[in-house]
Design a protein around this ligand. Structure first.
Ligand code: FCB
Length: 439
């Protein structure tokens, strides 16, 4: 294996999220999140799967940290389950829940793995959803209270904080299309604005309580491409880009909504809101899997619909097209637009992994995907993008939202009936990449 030469300071990590791996959903005082409730609704999640047990990481975190250490992983991005530390969303904190993240963080530090803590990976406490969730402007204060608790408790050991993971996804799918939790149609524009305000409030809170913190937001970035080469589809792609890629990072990092949304957002805003949203940031987190395609659709309320990628492109087990060059292009676009250090906070692939007779998982397709995408990232860096780190999604196979356990994204295979962890061939590949000579 020959690897590119990477800068000495470049950080190689892995990412996970609370609901997708922790399990212990009803243990030690944890409250319900919107995903617990959504999973209980018949027909919402494949096979009726839930995150009740997931990868049982709540109990097996020690083994998982040891695995990362064996693989020479330098940084671990996880999220805190809000309802584990504040079962009602606000008010009384839950000591056993807080103590779990103490143990996790202490184990990471002992293994010389840097903790990267994300405050929100889609699991709003259900009690707050019952009050209107993100469509309620009070959500800004709820989130700030939660951020303060996390900062006070872990800020002595954690310096890397992210506010939200992929706000466009939970806002659009959770409240717009209703195809993710909470699955309740609510005023989507209000949700966008309140999440943006909550981001700004959390940044201020973290800075005040943890002066050494380095704070970013994590955004799904999917180059928005026209399905057909027509003026109408090009216009649809630009509009989709505004809603999908820009309606969170632009206000957060540039202090304005994209022009196509600005007018619609006006009645929702109060004086000074954009300044509350746009706080000084330290880094920009990019999640990248594939481009997205758009087509004009006069029948849809926004005038566009999701289109199809060209039929001849190779695909992942999610059906997503594989186009590594798009990562290079997107990193350069993010660099030019936001001018901050970039971390790729998620990149990876679902493949049809099976244990072979020798008990191995030979996931060559994942290796090829990661190889091609890290190479594309390297090309973006050569062309000027200031990329400082890369995190694979994911450490473990896990609960893939509405697809339940039917898709495997891990570097490590999880045999769910026994919870045995089996590093795949890609884990070995990634470990070698991390340990290859640096510049
Ligand atoms: C991202 C999510 C993550 C995981 C991957 C496959 O959109 O942030 O939780 O589901 O997709």
């Amino acid at each position: 294996m020959v690897f590119d030469c990477w800068p000495r300071q470049f950080i190689w990590g892995v990412s996970t999220s609370s609901y997708q791996i922790e399990g212990a959903a009803h243990q030690d005082g944890r409250g319900d999140s919107v995903w617990d409730v959504y999973c209980r609704q018949p027909g919402k999640v494949a096979n009726g799967d839930t995150g009740d047990v997931a990868c049982d990481h709540y109990h097996r975190y020690g083994e998982d940290v040891a695995l990362m250490q064996d693989l020479a992983i330098q940084a671990y991005r996880f999220s805190v389950a809000w309802a584990r530390v504040l079962p009602q969303g606000v008010g009384a904190a839950n000591e056993p829940g807080l103590a779990f993240y103490d143990r996790l963080i202490d184990s990471l530090l002992a293994a010389n793995i840097e903790p990267w803590l994300c405050l929100y990976h889609w699991d709003l406490p259900q009690t707050l959803e019952n009050l209107g969730g993100w469509a309620n402007r009070d959500s800004v204060a709820w989130f700030a209270e939660y951020a303060a608790l996390v900062a006070r408790r872990y800020g002595d050991r954690v310096k890397r904080f992210a506010t939200f993971n992929e706000p466009s996804i939970f806002a659009l799918f959770g409240y717009g299309f209703g195809s993710n939790a909470p699955g309740v149609p609510r005023d989507y524009l209000k949700v966008i604005h309140h999440v943006n305000l909550a981001h700004g409030a959390a940044v201020d809170t973290l800075r005040a309580l943890v002066p050494a913190s380095l704070i970013g937001g994590i955004h799904n970035r999917q180059p928005s491409l026209p399905e057909c080469d027509t003026p109408e589809d090009h216009a649809a792609a630009r509009l989709l880009d505004d809603y999908w890629n820009r309606c969170f990072p632009d206000p957060q990092y540039l202090g304005c909504y994209p022009s196509s949304l600005a007018q619609a957002m006006e009645p929702i805003q109060q004086a000074g809101d954009l300044a509350r949203i746009c706080r000084p940031m330290d880094w920009f987190g990019v999640n990248f899997y594939a481009p997205v395609y758009a087509r004009a659709d006069a029948g849809s309320s926004l005038g566009f619909a999701l289109g199809d990628a060209p039929a001849d492109l190779p695909r992942t087990a999610m059906g997503w097209p594989i186009q590594p060059q798009a990562l290079r292009d997107e990193l350069l676009r993010v660099h030019q637009c936001y001018r901050l250090p970039i971390y790729v906070m998620e990149n990876g692939i679902a493949t049809d992994d099976k244990l072979d007779e020798a008990g191995r998982v030979l996931d060559q397709q994942r290796i090829d995907y990661l190889q091609a995408h890290t190479q594309a990232m390297r090309n973006a860096m050569t062309a000027g993008a200031d990329v400082r780190g890369y995190f694979v999604w994911s450490l473990l196979d896990n609960f893939e939202w509405t697809l339940g356990y039917t898709r495997r994204f891990g570097l490590v295979y999880v045999d769910y009936p026994t919870q045995r962890r089996i590093p795949k061939a890609s884990a070995d590949w990634y470990s070698k990449l991390i340990q290859a000579p640096r510049d």
